[in-house]
Design a protein around this ligand. Structure first.
Ligand code: ADP
Length: 265
């Protein structure tokens, strides 16, 4: 841009200053627009569960509390909405922390194979659905420097989605490969998939392919946006591949230098 600046200046003198100013305004306007859009989204996301809760509480106060079948049902709805609000506020706090200047990673050298196994175990022991887990991890230790809490959150967000969108009896495959100074970690499911035209957007804040369905599943629309920021903070990239009706694979990379020793773990 600076090179352009001086060339244009020689030829047109005064006008070029205007061009630069216009450019700055557009950048600033874009930031302002994004901020306004974000605030509008947040307000909408907060209002939806709150208005739902208000109407259920009103019905309860108006006498539904006396009905032994309706009352527990209405209370459960308000409880679920409260849980979702808490998740939403936690996710928002997480994002705002990442946006702040003093955001730092607390990194350690950890064998990713052991770490990945531990996370998968946690899901395997607690999952309520009938879903089969398959692990295709490296057969030797792979030490990477990373922030364990952040990587846990990245994987929890990705694996929770895989479970959420998996059909009964579906399989989730956990993979890990070495590729050109990177570790590639992926989670594949056999779920509904994502239409090709939407796949680039799933890492955006509040983006959901099917708003009604994902709300019902308790999503905040922020899980993958958080994962993306955290992966990038580690110097990696995140992406998704999907075929509608067949399944989805979400992968991310981490910088990695393979070592000679293979008997570390
Ligand atoms: P949410 O909390 O809604 O799941 P995410 O940011 O985690 O938000 O995901 C954004 C959207 O991407 C989801 O609403 C869903 O439409 C889509 N998505 C993410 N993972 C999957 C998956 N494994 N299968 C199908 N759709 C997915």
């Amino acid at each position: 841009l600076r090179a352009n600046f001086s060339v244009i200046q020689k030829e047109t003198g005064f006008v070029n200053g205007l061009i630069t100013v216009l450019h700055d305004i557009t950048e600033q306007e874009k930031i302002d627009m994004e901020r306004r859009e974000f605030v509008a989204n947040v307000s909408h996301e907060l209002r939806t569960p709150l208005t739902t809760m208000r109407s259920y509480l009103e019905a309860l106060a108006d006498g539904a509390w006396r009905d032994e079948t309706i009352a527990p049902n209405f209370l459960e709805v308000t409880q679920n909405e409260t849980e979702r609000l808490i998740r939403l506020v936690n996710d928002l706090l997480q994002l705002s922390k990442m946006d702040s200047k003093d955001y730092r990673l607390t990194t350690e050298w950890i064998n990713f194979v052991d770490f990945y196994n531990r996370i998968i175990d946690r899901f395997e022991f607690t999952k309520e659905q009938n879903v089969v887990f398959e692990r295709q991890l490296l057969d030797h230790a792979a030490f990477v420097e990373f922030d364990e809490d952040k990587l846990t959150q990245i994987l929890v967000n990705i694996i929770s989605n895989a479970l959420k969108y998996s059909p009964e009896g579906g399989k989730i495959t956990f993979r890990m490969i070495e590729k050109e100074q990177h570790l590639i970690i992926s989670v594949s499911d056999e779920g509904v998939g994502i239409p090709k035209e939407n796949i680039g957007q799933i890492f955006e804040r509040f983006y959901r392919v099917d708003k009604a369905r994902t709300r019902k599943l308790g999503g905040t629309g922020l899980g993958l946006a958080i994962a993306k920021e955290m992966v990038e903070a580690h110097g990696g990239e995140i992406w998704a591949e999907s075929e509608e009706g067949k399944g989805t694979t979400v992968s991310f990379s981490l910088p990695y230098v393979p070592t000679e020793e293979e008997d570390w773990s």
